[in-house]
Design a protein around this ligand. Structure first.
Ligand code: SAH
Ligand code: TRP
Length: 334
């Protein structure tokens, strides 16, 4: 075999931190969230294989502008970002299919600094297929995938091998409650050394009609995505929800500046989560909160980053100021 044959197999490594903790976390979240006076479930349970596929379709909807806006910013700024960071490794939280990430990988490769990509996601299939695809598309690239929950496992990432760029795209940071958001940002900061950078994607506050349409599209794909969490509960915890018993609701809460997604029961009914031996009752019209998606201003992003010990290096937006990417670094490196 010629010496130059790319070592495609040898350059992939995958660590999984979910093992058996995964179902337990769905069970705990369901028991905790479905017995509250105002029922709720955390959003990470949306993303089983079907949920991931539905999310992919959301990113292409005419109403869902964030993906296009973020891609446009990346395309315009990727070179500058490569120059500012000289990153040899790109660590991505909530990497999904890494569709937009390729723009950054391209510019880091062109700059000649790229060595390793570390995708981190709760969805095992996404981490594995993304590693396979990227090692094929980028010969010589090392991919070290981490299957895990970034609320629990950020301390288990591989040691940095050189200047690191941690990216968190898609506005996923907005899906956390303020207190969890603070913790996640602090955990991200703890991954950084003096030479490292953090690139954060945030959706921006704008006309509520534009925001609400992005989370309630005409084709009903987002509604299906929202209801998918009921299918996950049926399959994993033995409930028998009929997704058609629930209406998809998306509304902007101007006080908190976030979109709230809910499922509203169309009729009174009770289901038993057999795996938990838990009976759950819905009144007609009762709502289950499934997600928030916080919208930001420049000042909010700056303050949140400062709270985690990070300082702003660049604030990048698209011409219509729909979305922002913020590059930051440690404010006081040790
Ligand atoms: N970065 C992609 C995907 C965003 S969708 C984009 O910008 O289009 C959010 C991704 O985060 C999904 O792939 C989901 O599986 C992952 N995710 C959500 N909550 C997570 C958590 N707590 N830990 C790890 N991954 C999570
Ligand atoms: N991070 C995405 C966002 O907040 C996730 C998302 C988009 C989403 N559309 C959704 C989550 C619909 C649940 C339902 O924009």
């Amino acid at each position: 075999m010629p010496a130059s044959t790319p070592r495609t197999k040898a350059s992939i490594r995958i660590d999984s931190h979910l093992a058996d903790g995964d179902e337990r976390s769905l069970a705990d979240d369901a028991r905790d969230g479905l017995t509250r006076p105002f029922k709720e479930l955390p959003p990470k349970h949306f993303y089983d294989a079907r949920g991931a596929e539905l999310f992919d379709r959301i990113t292409e909807l005419p109403e869902y502008y964030p993906t296009r806006a973020e891609r446009a910013i990346l395309e315009r700024s990727a070179r500058e970002l490569a120059k500012l960071t000289s990153a040899s490794e790109l660590v991505e939280l909530g990497s999904g299919t890494a569709a937009k990430t390729r723009v950054l990988l391209d510019s880091l490769r062109e700059a000649g600094t790229l060595v390793r990509y570390v995708p981190v996601d709760v969805t095992e299939t996404m981490v594995r297929s993304c590693a396979e695809e990227l090692t094929k598309e980028y010969p010589g690239l090392e991919v070290h995938g981490v299957i895990g929950d970034f609320e629990r496992h950020l301390d288990r990432l591989p040691e940095a091998t050189g200047p690191r760029l941690v990216v968190f795209l898609g506005g996923t940071i907005g899906n956390f409650e303020p207190a969890s958001r603070e913790r996640v940002l602090a955990d991200v900061a703890s991954l950084l050394g003096p030479e490292d950078h953090f690139l954060l994607g945030t959706d921006l506050v704008k006309d509520p009609a534009v925001l609400e349409a992005a989370y309630d599209d005409a084709q009903g794909v987002t509604a299906e995505f929202n209801r998918n969490v009921l299918r996950v509960l049926n399959r994993e915890l033995g409930s028998d929800f009929d997704p058609d018993d629930f209406e998809h609701i998306a509304m902007f809460d101007p006080k908190h500046e976030w979109i709230e997604m809910r499922l509203r029961a169309r009729r009174e009914h009770t289901t038993v989560l057999r795996e938990l031996d838990l009976s759950v009752h819905f009144e007609a019209g009762e709502e289950l909160r499934t997600e928030i998606s916080a919208k930001f201003t420049r000042e909010r992003v700056r303050a949140d980053l400062a709270g985690a010990g990070l300082e702003l290096v660049r604030w990048l937006t698209d011409p219509d100021e729909l979305f922002a990417l913020t590059l930051s670094r440690l404010a006081n490196p040790a």
